[in-house]
Write a protein that binds this ligand. Sequence first.
Ligand SMILES: [Cu+2]
Length: 161
Amino acid sequence: MEVAYFSGLEPELAERDATLKVTFFKSPDMSLFPLESPGRGSARHATVITALLVCLLVYVQNVHAAIYTVGDSAGWSFNMASWPKGKRFRAGDTLVFNYDSTAHNVVVVNRGSYSSCTAPAGAKVYNSGNDQIKLVKGQNFFICSSVGHCQSGMKIAITAM
Ligand SMILES: [Cu+2]
């Protein structure tokens, strides 16, 4: 009897639509199946079911990861405070910051720095002009550290569930 086995799970976190690739193949000698042994059919089935459940879990997580372009078509700019309103962010979602890298940047800060518009030494700074940053669970604060920009509203605070 030939049985199809999982050979690998390759979740691809593509930019917009996450896809899941699962490769099936046939292993006549069952040599690639770790728990295979005579008389252990139930163990084999349990393992296959576990593998399927893991695939499903990964798939569901990928489907739920969203990508948001900060500021929408205007990009990462001034007066951003209202942009997060009405959106439901989740940990693992990606924020895309599009901006002119000669004028702006994105600095990951804490609440205090967000409020005071000061980027502390050692803060993580992005400056590619097309930065993709994954949200962590809880509060996420970002500011632009160019002089005066944060004070002009180039700052966002996002809570991810
Ligand atoms: Cu700026």
